[in-house]
Design a protein around this ligand. Structure first.
Ligand SMILES: Cc1cc2nc3c(=O)[nH]c(=O)nc-3n(C[C@H](O)[C@H](O)[C@H](O)COP(=O)(O)OP(=O)(O)OC[C@H]3O[C@@H](n4cnc5c(N)ncnc54)[C@H](O)[C@@H]3O)c2cc1C
Length: 461
């Protein structure tokens, strides 16, 4: 900070993660002056402790599986081992390159970076290191932290994703507490690296927010991979020693392992930041907003993980763009939460957008909804890759496709077209004439729509 650092901005943002920096970039593009307060590293959770490092680990995990299974394809390979320091070096290299790029981008857009911990001290003011900065508009984007359960202390061999991402060794065995997105991701990586993995989920199914068909398919696939899945299993306690952890469940059983990963969700980082003192409505730590992401106080907006809903980086990006455009008076279209694409990056992957079959039935009525499963068994590229899975479409009878749910290796890559179909209210009959290249996995999406439009090609009637 220098004497010449401006103290007052059109838009002052607290938190430089996905939501905060997206707001900054779009606002500056629109000619607004922007201050961005960040206490740690620009890029936030996604870049440094979330999306990017986990996907790098998953890529290394895929290579390990390929090496182990090469002979199946006539390529004689063996997996000699996992060199975790080298995996981490590769992972860090990816982060560092993206971090440098992002820093350059923010600088080139003339965003003023303000380093330090900020606190909301007025409807238009944030205090950082004893200095007061003001904004005609304030955007709160302080993100989230890895939660634990009451009485379950993080430390030693009981870790969250933050510590798991820094591990320099591969555990021989691991218990993953929580079968949501982050839990299944680590379960998948560790299994590929040779760990004996048990996933413990209190709810009746893995990926419990997804369509039930995806949860069942994932559980089947995980069991086939040798991952132990305990659903409807409630954690009751853990003891740890030099040698490992002993995890107890409420049914009286115990599981011994090298490590316990606690992946029970992420809480909003809003405590002690002055939000409630300034009159913001806060529910269990989350900042409540209207559908314009306005908090109801002054010109204060909130974006990203602190706003109740899907905790995803691309939701934060879009909310940031939205708020910048709203401030600039462009009256952008409100974000439809159910149309935010969701990918669960494990092996096999899950990709989904729109309503689950159950949600669609609740919204439109039991007999007004039709669902169709297209098995990847009929898809050439999936056969070549050796993956199993399906694409499930949910449509309103004589109406649009309102949900697409996919399971299989790499299906996350298909989410782009899936979200266009759902967001543009396309009918299967609109998609059926569109041509999907052969042989691609994307073709399966086309085939599924052909089938739902009543003219299946590579499918048995
Ligand atoms: C292991 C893991 C894997 C994930 N994988 C994916 C994925 O594959 N795809 C996906 O879409 N999402 C993924 N996510 C979620 C994604 O990371 C978050 O949704 C996203 O980072 C939220 O953005 P945000 O801007 O709300 O918060 P954050 O990214 O958490 O950023 C908040 C920023 O605010 C700063 N900050 C907080 N308080 C203050 C303060 N008082 N003063 C100054 N600065 C402050 C923090 O230092 C941080 O940089 C993953 C998360 C985890 C943990």
């Amino acid at each position: 900070m220098t004497e010449s650092t401006p103290r007052s901005f059109d838009v002052l943002i607290l938190g430089g993660g996905s939501g905060g920096y997206a707001t900054a970039l779009r606002a500056s593009q629109l000619g607004l002056t922007v201050g961005l307060v960040e206490e740690s590293k620009l890029g936030g959770t996604c870049l440094h402790n979330g999306c990017i490092p986990t996907k790098a680990l998953l890529h290394a995990a895929e290579l390990a599986d390929n090496a182990r299974e090469g002979a199946k394809y006539g390529v004689n390979t063996t997996l000699e081992g996992i060199d975790m320091p080298a995996v981490n070096k590769y992972k860090q290299g990816v982060i560092d390159r993206l971090y440098r790029g992002l820093q350059g981008l923010v600088k080139s857009r003339k965003v003023t970076m303000i380093e330090g911990t900020g606190r909301l001290v007025g409807p238009d003011a944030i205090e950082v290191n004893g200095e007061r900065y003001t904004g005609a508009n304030i955007v709160l984007a302080t993100g989230s932290y890895a939660r634990s359960l009451p009485g379950l202390e993080i430390g030693g061999r009981v870790i969250t994703s933050d510590q798991a991402l820094g591990m320099e060794w591969v555990p021989q065995s691991a218990v993953v507490l929580g079968g949501g997105v982050i839990g299944v991701e680590f379960a998948s990586v560790w299994k590929s690296f040779g760990t004996d993995v048990t996933v413990v989920e209190a709810l009746p199914r893995l990926a419990p927010n997804e369509d039930e068909a995806l949860s069942k398919g994932l559980e089947r696939a995980f069991k086939k991979r040798g991952i132990t899945v305990k659903t409807g299993a409630r954690f009751s306690g853990v003891e740890q020693s030099e040698a490992g952890v002993k995890v107890s469940l409420e049914d009286g059983s115990t599981i011994e392992a090298d490590i316990l990963l606690v992946a029970v969700g992420r809480g909003p980082r809003t405590q002690g930041l002055g939000y409630e003192e300034q009159g913001l409505r806060v529910d269990r730590g989350f900042v409540l907003t209207d559908d314009r992401l306005h908090t109801g106080v002054g010109n204060i907006y909130a974006v990203g993980d602190i706003v109740p809903g899907l905790q995803l980086a691309h939701r934060g990006f879009q909310q940031g763009i939205f708020v910048a455009e709203e401030i600039a008076g462009l009256a952008p279209q409100a974000i439809v939460e159910s149309n935010i694409p969701r990918v669960t990056y494990c092996e096999p992957e899950l990709g989904s957008v729109g309503l689950t079959e159950a949600q669609a039935k609740e919204q439109y009525g039991e007999d007004k909804v039709k669902a169709l499963d297209y098995n990847l068994g009929g898809n050439g590229k999936s056969q070549i890759l050796g993956t199993q899975g399906f694409i499930k479409l949910v449509r309103v009878v004589d109406g649009p496709v309102v949900g697409i749910h996919m399971l299989g290796a790499r299906v996350g890559e298909q989410i782009g077209e899936a979200q266009l179909i759902v967001s543009w209210d396309a009918h299967p009959e609109d998609v059926a004439p569109l041509i999907h290249a052969h042989p691609t996995q994307n073709e399966a999406l086309g085939e599924a729509h052909l089938a739902l439009a009543g003219k299946p090609l590579h499918a048995h009637d």
